[in-house]
Structure formats: structure tokens, C-alpha cells
Design a protein around this ligand. Structure first.
Ligand code: UDP
Ligand code: MG
Length: 314
């Protein structure tokens, strides 16, 4: 059996070598390959990877022409991987490589997807914990997939699942959702998040928000329906109000329309329209991006040309 470990890296120069040492001590007992995906790092990450690749023939790497994002780095890894099972793990040692043994054990018991669930330490900010929890609750509520709260991108997939994953050609990929969506025999394993070894998180709030939006809009069109339902309700209400105004005008003396209620309903409905336009725009934008059919990433350099490649390179 052959195991491939995919490691997305973005500006992780100080982490690569210590990470590799720990990883290697765990995986050397298996027939393994380590595939580093350098996601357009601007520091010495690629040099470090190349240095390791000179020493260790199990190492392969792909290097993007610029930063395409964590999910696209995973996509590239999956596209190039050819092994009986594939494991994705971050380069910052927050996901302890020792858990890999448990992933493999579960796989050998017959599970085709072994995903992991983070147990956050105290260093994770309450804001991140709360937003993550709300996001998973919301996503599960409006979509048909069932995603475990705090699922991580640290997971093992079997060759069968890899084949399915390679066939996905969507932009704005959200792997946690996709993996929940594909089915197969799945097992969820908990692990305790460690402190990041060096450097800062590469997921600022902006990127988190973008990933969440992409998660929601990839798996559900309910927000669009919510917009139409609200739209209908308000049209109905304004109809009723219209009749009421007409009644006042025809049968009572109170014909001077209240400026306050006018301006309030005007503002409220305008606001609502903007929300709806926003939601529609979100899907429209997504449709546009998909229609362009651009590749998810561009590779400027890789180790496959100079080494015996994995048998199947797309
Ligand atoms: N990463 C990447 N591209 C990006 C952002 C992050 O390849 O644009 C990598 C990063 O180097 C790390 C992993 O994805 O190996 C997870 O990122 P990070 O540790 O910053 O996220 P966090 O653990 O804070 O959620
Ligand atoms: Mg991390």
C-alpha cells in the first residue's frame, strides 16, 4: 500500500524542516510519498522544500505561480496524488502528525474517509470559536449535507474517494463540504489542536469569511429562496397597507400620510432589496466564475518533471 501526504504551505519557511522531521518519524514505517504544495510563498518556503527533496527521494513538490489559497493547494495535491490513500495535513504542526497512525488504522478497518474534528485549545480566540460554531450550524441547517462542527481539512481519503475528488472541477472549492457530500464509509476522529510552531495564521478574518460564503453558496441555494419568500411576504404586506391607506383616504378625515411611517417603510424595504440583490449577486458572481472555467491554480515549478512521477499525472 502506498500513502501520499499532501502538505499545503504558504509562507511557512520556519516550519517546513521541524514539520518534516516530526512527520517523517511517523510515516517512515509506511511506503509513503510527501507532496508539498507551495502556494505562492514569498519567503524561503520553496528553498526549504527543495533542500529536503534533495535529501529525501520520497518528497515531491508543486509550486504555484502565485497564492491561490489553501483549498486550491489541496486540490492540486489531490490532482497529482496517486496512492492507495491520501492524507492532507497542515505544515504548522497544529495538526499532530502522530494522529496519522490512527487515520491509517481506521482506513485499514475499512473506512474510506477518515476526517478529523478539532478540539480547540485555549489559544483559539472566542470570536473564532463562536463564528465557526455558528457557521457549521447555519450550513447544516440550510444545506443537505451534514458537516460535523469543527471538521478540519486534516483527513485521509481512500483511492476510490480520490478518484471522485479528482473529477471535481469547480472553482471556490470547499473540501470539507465536498467530502461530506461524496458519501462512502466515513469515520470522524477527534484530535487536539496544537499551538502553531512559527509564524501567524494564514487565515485572517477576510479569508475565513470568504471560505464560509463559498461553503454556503456551494451547497445550498436556500438563501436565494429565503430572499424570494421575504420578497413575497413584503409585497403582501404592502398590498394590505395600500388598501388600508385607500380606506383612510376614502372614508376618514385622516388623509395626511404619516411621514415617519413612509420613511421607515421606505428605508426598510430599500435595505431589504439591497440584501436580496447581494444574495443574487453572490450566486451570479459564482456562476460567472464557474462559466469562465479557469484552472484552479497554475504551477510554475514542480518536481515531477525531474523525478519518476507518480504513475498518473493529470
Ligand atoms: N495555506 C495555504 N495557502 C493559503 C493559506 C494557508 O497553503 O493561502 C496553508 C498554510 O501554510 C497551512 C495550512 O494551509 O499549512 C493552514 O493554514 P493556517 O495554519 O494559516 O490556518 P489556521 O490553522 O490558522 O486555520
Ligand atoms: Mg494552522
Amino acid at each position: 500500500m502506498k500513502i501520499c501526504i499532501i502538505v499545503p504551505c504558504f509562507n511557512e519557511e520556519d516550519n517546513i524542516t521541524p514539520f518534516y522531521d516530526v512527520l517523517k518519524s511517523t510515516v517512515e514505517k509506511y511506503n509513503h510519498q510527501i507532496l508539498f504544495v507551495n502556494d505562492g510563498s514569498t519567503d524561503k518556503t520553496l528553498e526549504r522544500i527543495k533542500g529536503l527533496a534533495k535529501m529525501d527521494s520520497c518528497i515531491h513538490f508543486l509550486s504555484f505561480s502565485r497564492n491561490f489559497g489553501h483549498q486550491n493547494a489541496l486540490k492540486a495535491g489531490y490532482d497529482y496524488a496517486d496512492a492507495d490513500c491520501v492524507i492532507c495535513i497542515d505544515a504548522d504542526l497544529q495538526q499532530p502528525p502522530s494522529v496519522i497512525d490512527q487515520l491509517i488504522q481506521k482506513w485499514q478497518e475499512g473506512y474510506e474517509v477518515v476526517y478529523t474534528i478539532r478540539i480547540d485549545g485555549n489559544d483559539v480566540s472566542p470570536l473564532k470559536k463562536i463564528t465557526a460554531l455558528l457557521f457549521y450550524k447555519f450550513l447544516n441547517y440550510i444545506s443537505k449535507i451534514e458537516l460535523k462542527a469543527n471538521a478540519a481539512d486534516f483527513r485521509l481519503i481512500d483511492r476510490k474517494v480520490l478518484k471522485a475528488v479528482k473529477s471535481f472541477n469547480e472553482q471556490n472549492i470547499f473540501f470539507r463540504g465536498l467530502i461530506a457530500w461524496v458519501g462512502f464509509k466515513q469515520f470522524g476522529l477527534e484530535y487536539k489542536v496544537e499551538q502553531r510552531l512559527h509564524g501567524k495564521s494564514k487565515y485572517p478574518f477576510r479569508k475565513m469569511l470568504s471560505l464560509s460564503l463559498s461553503g454556503v453558496t456551494s451547497f445550498s441555494i436556500s438563501p436565494l429562496r429565503v430572499a424570494s419568500v421575504i420578497g413575497f411576504c413584503f409585497s403582501g404586506l404592502s398590498f394590505v397597507y395600500g388598501f388600508y391607506a385607500l380606506y383612510l383616504h376614502l372614508y376618514t378625515q385622516h388623509t395626511i400620510p404619516g411621514w415617519t411611517s413612509m420613511i421607515m417603510s421606505f428605508l426598510f424595504i430599500t435595505g431589504l432589496q439591497f440584501i436580496m440583490m447581494g444574495i443574487i449577486g453572490e450566486y451570479l458572481g459564482k456562476g460567472l466564475m464557474e462559466a469562465k472555467g479557469r484552472p484552479n491554480y497554475l504551477i510554475s515549478e514542480d518536481s515531477f518533471s525531474e523525478r519518476t512521477p507518480f504513475t498518473e499525472v493529470r
